[in-house]
Design a protein around this ligand. Structure first.
Ligand code: ADP
Ligand code: ASP
Ligand code: MG
Length: 490
């Protein structure tokens, strides 16, 4: 059971978590609780680090003291005047270890990556100290199990090592009805140096732990009723998706559905462990089950959006009929470590999207410019339509374009697994694009259309209707169309 920041935000929430875990343990299950830091604590730790780096020691220490104060206040509420020794020790150790790091960084004007991980991972150690003491459950230091490489800030886990370490460190603690409390987000490398998995990484920790102990279920408890049909911060009527395939969930997470860290699904897939996404505030409410099957029945299961991204278009008229141009381009991306998300090709050009602010982007563009024309377009966003049925439903593209109307689509890509149709729009249009697509694909009009009357929109009549519209769109000169998605237009 993984609980995110808002699920452990205060004492009332911590009591709720304890109740949920106890209810589960009372059924005879062994429960491993994987907690995030209390909400906003990780942000504040990063802020303290930035203040130190800019040599503002006073601000750095004040920010850190605020965090300590918040946990002290929570402890006072949970335990009355005198918190248990374990909680006092965790708070004391936080001061002992973190204050010198901040002082040192302020003195030098720099915070080395490894010290930063020690700093920003502290919130999880504190939230778990509080809950374990409150529940009188076993507290486990995740760093003794969650082995990673040494890429500080974005460490990659070593599943084999984690499984091995869990077998003698964690499994013996997990009998029927037992509860163990540990941290998400943090791990340690081979030398025992603390690392973090990157922002939002607690979901990933939960599934890594779940796979290591071959859990019956991995539960992600958060502040929404599961994975919704769109980003609730953008789309007002986003609804819970009841059942989601592993592939669909992985695509949604990769394309911006913040509710799941992009890597969450991977460890679960191999062992076929179901992942459920549940609402801490409404434990008996709706939730999403992510497993092998997908059953939305709709052509699109959910939408996601990610931005800002940058579109890089590389064009070489001499490439016409030539071989090896793509390999030459991608070799440059690979060598410079710039990761590509969407790719779309035409006869003489290739467009790709990369994360805005990707390191080495400027150098990469300069290098590509030495043998081709390069165009860079910043402040774009990807809006992704994800669904297992996408490949079996003709006309989705047409429906999507119909809904977008005047919003310019600059690039289209149908993922090679054919369950993700991604559109690139200007960043400023992304929210509106998602709202319109949601209304068209999930609104009341869509429900009628996708029901028995689905033929109207996606049946043979629709092909005629959307065929011509698609031709108009696919013919447009400034729209790059992925080779694979051309098939769909016909
Ligand atoms: P936690 O702290 O529990 O990990 P997060 O804030 O990381 O919570 O993730 C939950 C949030 O993800 C939701 O509050 C919601 O705003 C956002 N979100 C974005 N897209 C989706 C989606 N498709 N379904 C559900 N939530 C989404
Ligand atoms: N606390 C970490 C963060 O805010 C990890 C997580 O919440 O998943 O990024
Ligand atoms: Mg999260």
């Amino acid at each position: 059971m993984k609980f995110g920041g808002s699920s452990v935000a205060g004492t009332e929430r911590l009591r709720g978590v304890a109740a949920l875990a106890r209810a589960r343990a009372a059924k005879g299950d062994a429960v491993l609780l994987v907690l995030s830091a209390m909400s906003k604590v990780t942000d504040s730790l990063f802020a303290a680090g930035r203040a130190a780096e800019s040599r503002d020691e006073a601000a750095a220490l004040a920010t850190f003291e605020e965090i300590i104060g918040r946990h002290e206040a929570a402890a006072a509420e949970l335990f009355g005047g005198d918190p248990p020794e374990a909680v006092k020790a965790a708070l004391a150790r936080a001061r002992e270890e973190i204050v010198p790091v901040l002082r040192g960084a302020a003195l030098l004007g720099t915070l080395p990556e490894r010290s930063k991980d020690l700093l920003v991972g502290r919130g999880e150690l504190l939230s778990t100290a509080l809950l374990a003491a409150y529940m009188e459950a076993t507290w486990l230091d995740a760093r003794t199990v969650l082995r990673t490489d040494s890429r500080f800030g974005q460490a990659r886990p070593r599943p084999e090592a984690i499984k091995h370490l869990a077998s003698f460190t964690l499994l013996p603690l997990l009998g029927p009805g037992r509860i163990v409390v540990t941290q998400g987000y943090i791990g340690a490398d081979d030398a025992g140096v603390p690392t973090t998995l990157g922002r939002g990484g607690s979901d990933y920790s939960a599934s890594l732990f779940g796979a290591a102990i071959e859990a019956a279920e991995i539960q992600i408890w958060t502040d929404v009723e599961g994975v919704l049909t769109g980003d609730p911060r953008v789309v007002e009527g986003a609804r819970p998706v009841e059942i989601l395939g592993y592939d669909e969930a992985a695509e949604l997470a990769a394309f911006g559905a913040k509710v799941l860290h992009p890597a969450t699904i991977l460890p679960a897939v191999e062992l076929g462990i179901p992942v459920t996404v549940r609402n801490t505030m409404l434990p008996e409410g709706k939730f999403t089950t992510i497993s092998k099957e997908s059953a939305s029945g709709l052509p699109v299961t959910a939408l996601a959006s990610r931005g800002p991204v940058t579109v890089v278009t590389v064009r070489n008229p001499r490439m016409l009929g030539g071989a090896g141009f793509l390999s030459r381009i991608f070799e440059v991306f690979g060598r410079r470590g710039v990761s590509v998300d969407l790719v779309s090709t035409s006869e003489v050009s290739v467009s790709v999207t990369v994360d805005e602010g990707a390191a080495q982007l400027e150098a990469l563009v300069a290098e590509l410019g030495s043998f081709a024309d390069v165009r860079v377009e910043k402040d774009r966003a990807i809006v992704a339509l994800v669904g297992e049925e996408l490949k079996r439903t003709p006309g989705v593209t047409g429906a999507a374009f119909g809904a977008l109307r005047d919003i310019n689509v600059e690039m289209i890509s149908l993922g090679s697994n054919e369950i993700n149709l991604s559109l690139v729009v200007a960043l400023k249009d992304a929210a509106e694009a998602q709202r319109r697509l949601h209304a068209a694909l999930f609104g009341s009009a869509a429900t009628a259309l996708f029901g028995s009357a689905a033929t109207a929109l996606f049946g043979s009549a629709a092909t005629a209707l959307f065929g011509s519209a698609a031709t108009a769109l696919f013919g447009s000169a400034d729209t790059a169309v992925a080779g694979s998605s051309r098939k769909e237009g016909s």
